[in-house]
Write a protein that binds this ligand. Structure first.
Ligand SMILES: CC(C)(COP(=O)(O)OP(=O)(O)OC[C@H]1O[C@@H](n2cnc3c(N)ncnc32)[C@H](O)[C@@H]1O)[C@@H](O)C(=O)NCCC(=O)NCCS
Ligand SMILES: Nc1ncnc2c1ncn2[C@@H]1O[C@H](COP(=O)(O)OP(=O)(O)OP(=O)(O)O)[C@@H](O)[C@H]1O
Length: 286
């Protein structure tokens, strides 16, 4: 009798393990990438009082079982309300594991949301898809209602209402435009122009920062903070990216300006981690 190796449970476990390892690796690569304006990096805590690199790395490792479970449950499943609810439960349990690992500090809430949905999207497509297809599968899930989600207050929600801008939910529901239209193309352009890998990744972060309405920045530094972030990041790219002398100087100015405003682009950092994840796992045809 003919066997179907592609549909075996073993294939699901192997895929889930790979996706979970890559998601955790992407979080660690994002955290270590240096220098990032306002964010935790290899130099220190940026604009944060309660975060540091060791804590970010501990949190990333604590999330690997959550990513594994998300991939396993989502394998070859269609985007429907049942899967949405299961993914929501797993995401919330991941948040609880993060909080336990960090003694109550929010290291990765936004990252669990973005990467969790993308891990699910990749598993729904059996791990063989383009970045655009994975983002669309993730978006189909993010658009579905999760009736079991608690209606709780959050800083992100308050910022989206006060400033009438899209936040983390909308970015996912719109199939991650900042990754597909800005970060991945910039990563590839900077690599092709001869930038070192770390420089190309910083340029990809800049590309996200030119346009994201990052609710972390809005909550801490209002519209002034957001404008400083967007214009400063655009300047780095206009000067040829951080690999050029002038681009590197603009990056240092942006870092100083963000620290002065106590602003940290945590949402942009989440989307950079998600970009690195997709860059590592997806078929390279878009
Ligand atoms: C959607 C989430 C992120 C809550 O978002 P909300 O805007 O209400 O609040 P909160 O301030 O707690 O977190 C927002 C975080 O998103 C990131 N972020 C900020 N702005 C943006 C943006 N424009 N785009 C993307 N991410 C952003 C930042 O890291 C920020 O800290 C999430 O915590 C959630 O509701 N999870 C529910 C569990 C679930 O369904 N999970 C499924 C996938 S695992
Ligand atoms: N390298 C990084 N440095 C800082 N934040 C990051 C980094 N990478 C991702 N983030 C994201 O930034 C968010 C943390 O932001 P923030 O500290 O503003 O949250 P908060 O605890 O809700 O607010 P606050 O610290 O203002 O009380 C996390 O959800 C995380 O996903």
């Amino acid at each position: 009798m003919a066997t179907q190796p592609q549909l075996s449970p073993q294939r699901a476990e192997t895929l889930a393990l790979r996706l979970a390892e890559q998601a955790t690796a992407a979080l660690i690569a994002e955290a270590r990438l240096t220098p990032k304006p306002g964010l935790v990096d290899g130099r220190g805590s940026g604009a944060h009082q309660d975060l540091n690199l060791a804590l970010m790395e501990r949190s990333a490792h604590a999330l690997q079982p959550t990513f594994y479970a998300l991939a396993l449950y989502s394998w070859l499943r269609p985007a429907d309300v049942a899967l949405r609810q299961q993914v929501g439960e797993l995401g919330r349990s991941g948040e609880a594991q993060m909080m336990a690992a960090t003694q109550g500090v929010n290291t990765h809430r936004g990252a669990i949301w973005a990467l969790g949905l993308l891990v699910s999207g990749a598993a729904m497509l059996n791990g063989k898809a383009t970045a655009t297809a994975v983002c669309q599968a993730a978006a189909a899930l993010a658009r579905l209602p999760d009736e079991r989600a608690p209606r709780s207050f959050s800083k992100g929600l308050r910022a989206t209402q006060r400033y009438r801008v899209p936040g983390a939910r909308e970015e996912a529901q719109q199939a991650f435009p900042h990754i597909i239209q800005l970060a991945l193309p910039q990563l590839r352009r900077s690599r092709a122009a001869g930038a070192a890998e770390a420089e190309a990744r910083i340029d990809a972060l800049m590309a996200i920062m030119t346009s994201l309405s990052d609710t972390c920045v809005l909550s801490r530094a209002g519209l002034t903070g957001l404008q400083t972030m967007q214009q400063g990041a655009q300047q780095v790219l206009d000067l040829g990216g951080c690999a050029t002398a002038a681009g590197g100087q603009a990056l240092a100015r942006l870092d100083a300006a963000m620290l002065k405003l106590n602003a940290s682009p945590g949402g942009a950092a989440d989307l950079l981690a998600a970009t690195l994840f997709l860059d590592g796992i997806c078929l390279p045809t878009d």
